[in-house]
Ligand binder design. Structure first.
Ligand SMILES: NC(=O)c1ccc[n+]([C@@H]2O[C@H](COP(=O)([O-])OP(=O)(O)OC[C@H]3O[C@@H](n4cnc5c(N)ncnc54)[C@H](OP(=O)(O)O)[C@@H]3O)[C@@H](O)[C@H]2O)c1
Length: 255
């Protein structure tokens, strides 16, 4: 459980035994930490990615009987069928966490040198995929279920060299907040969680690490509390988890 005492917070365990959470992008850098905490909290977790081999390696590494993996592509023509199959096998879901990201192939090109193809791919991967996942998976939520997008601070601030990624983040934030407003009163809860820089396995393997960065397991603790409905932020749509010392809050950082 996350307890907020003044400006500090502490990560502890929330019991969400009996709950089932689908993590789209669960095999990714942030997703892995989230999955680990949800499993530690007692949930059944279904983690998805697009690549079966990567998912199987991930499942072997986590090695937990409550973890299931499945391929799912937010841009796939078979998305609705796959969503229905997941729902019939594991659902209804108490939580659907969307942790999708794509940096594209363009590197850090300035905005005005982005080609039409690069633009299209980045918008599809970072925005269209999120919209399609929302449309396909919101109906799979249990009453009172949680739909939650993990997003980055480029949703709020300029991101030179990655302008189209930032555009997708800003639009994704708008999309999620609009969906939250449209679903208000249905009992479903929609959250937009904007993250600062995270410690990920891929970064650590590359020798890039900083203890002050947020760990995916800490993000998972916040999500477990939201699924349980015990977080102090349960009634708020927009969360910022940027400063590890402060924890999740509803106000953006001051730059
Ligand atoms: N890493 C950070 O420091 C950081 C900081 C702030 C915010 N965030 C946010 O955290 C979220 C996840 O980022 P990450 O760093 O974990 O990225 P990541 O390591 O690249 O993982 C992204 C995941 O998304 C999946 N994915 C990508 N496109 C997809 C699509 N079209 N359909 C279905 N799944 C798709 C990938 O599947 P495959 O394995 O098949 O590619 C992968 O599992 C993003 O919203 C990002 O903005 C990350």
């Amino acid at each position: 459980m996350i307890t907020i005492t003044g400006p500090q917070w502490a990560q502890t365990n929330t019991d969400i035994s009996g709950k089932t959470v689908l993590v789209i992008g669960g095999g990714g850098g942030v997703g892995e930490g989230v999955v680990r905490t949800l499993l530690d909290s007692g949930a059944t977790v279904v983690a998805t990615g697009r690549n079966e081999d990567r998912l199987n390696t991930f499942a072997e590494r986590i090695s937990n009987r409550a973890l299931h993996v499945a391929t799912l592509d937010g841009l796939g023509a078979d998305l609705d069928e796959k969503a229905a199959a997941l729902a019939s096998r594991f659902g209804p879901f108490d939580g659907v966490v969307v942790s999708i990201a794509s940096w594209g192939e363009q590197g850090t090109k300035p905005l005005l040198t982005i080609t039409d193809d690069e633009w299209k791919a980045l918008v599809e991967d970072n925005l269209t995929a999120v919209f399609r996942v929302y449309r396909a998976l919101t109906p799979t939520l249990a009453p009172g279920g949680v739909l939650l997008q993990l997003n980055g601070l480029s949703a709020d601030i300029p991101f030179p060299g990655n302008g189209v990624v930032a555009l997708g983040a800003a639009a994704g934030k708008s999309l999620t907040r609009t969906l939250a407003a449209e679903l208000d009163g249905t009992g479903l809860r929609v959250y937009e969680v904007v993250l600062g820089v995270d410690r990920t396995r891929a970064r650590q393997l590359a020798g890039v690490d900083n203890r002050r960065w947020i760990d995916g397991t800490e993000i998972g603790s916040h999500i477990a509390e939201l699924v349980a409905g015990t977080s102090p932020l349960t009634g708020e749509v927009l969360h910022y988890f940027v400063d590890k010392a402060v924890g999740p809050v509803t106000t953006p950082p001051q730059f």
